[in-house]
Design a binder for this molecule. Structure first.
Ligand code: CDP
Length: 238
């Protein structure tokens, strides 16, 4: 997110390099039940991002030191497959995947009724098979659908999407070039029924007006993405 002003990513007609207008999302497809041995699962194909989330549990929390007497803990593991980008990703946890796992767990803990399962753990596995920017958003969205598919009680599903700024224009749902060479990135986690925010990160600089525009894009996009999530849960691919 360096802000490479000389790289033209949106033309004079407001068309982006992948043909989208400023407020357009990349195409999204969601399917549930893709990991039959899991208690719940979902695959999200979002532009060129491919993510799978699998849920196991609730189960007794082990080791006991992670147990909470009054609630379940969400054991979230976000991982990028070594082949998910053109530069091979070194297998195993790194600082970035730990950070994304932590923010994902915090976002999901605000909707899962964790107090229903004291001393338990719910394993949330997120695997990014192909990455094209916004993978933390895709992972959170996939995990929300997978938790619902597993029948875990929740107050709402978290919908996550990142808008940002390229060539001084605020745009919705950054792709890889826009994320790499744009000026700002604003991933958010939104509860579509209430419009509440459960996760927000910001990279780069946005003026107050630009921030508001990116916020509005994310809020609007969340409604459309939520419909796709619900359709996927009602049966089959959306
Ligand atoms: O994926 P997300 O936008 O949530 O996180 P990021 O750290 O801003 O990464 C942006 C994009 O850079 C990823 O989606 C990948 O396409 C790419 N990336 C990569 O190629 N190699 C990495 N080690 C990390 C990210």
């Amino acid at each position: 997110m360096g802000g490479y002003g000389d790289i033209q990513m949106i033309d004079e007609n407001g068309i982006r390099m992948d043909g989208r207008k400023a407020g357009d999302l990349r195409p999204i497809e969601i399917e549930t039940g893709v990991i039959p041995v899991a208690d719940g699962s979902a695959r999200v194909i979002w532009g060129n991002n491919h993510a799978v989330a699998a849920i196991y549990g609730p189960m007794e929390a082990h080791p006991r030191k992670i147990q909470r007497q009054d609630r379940a803990v969400l054991d979230v593991r976000y991982n990028m497959a070594p082949f998910s980008t053109s530069d091979r990703i070194r297998p195993g946890f790194n600082r970035r995947s730990r950070e994304i796992s932590k923010v994902t767990a915090e976002a999901l803990e605000s909707v899962v009724l964790v107090e229903m399962y004291p001393r338990s753990k719910i394993r949330v596995e997120i695997e990014i098979l192909a990455a094209e920017a916004g993978t933390r958003c895709v992972g959170i969205t996939a995990a929300s659908v997978a938790l619902a598919h597993a029948g875990i009680p929740m107050t709402d599903m978290v919908v996550s999407v990142a808008s940002g700024k390229i060539n001084d224009v605020v745009v919705c749902d950054l792709n890889k070039e826009e994320d790499n060479y744009g000026e700002a990135d604003l991933p958010m986690g939104i509860l579509p029924n209430s419009g509440e925010l459960v996760f927000l990160q910001m990279d780069g600089d946005l003026s107050q007006d630009e921030f508001q525009k990116a916020w509005d894009y994310n809020m609007d996009a969340a409604q459309g993405i939520h419909e796709i999530m619900v359709d996927a849960l009602k049966g089959g691919e959306s």
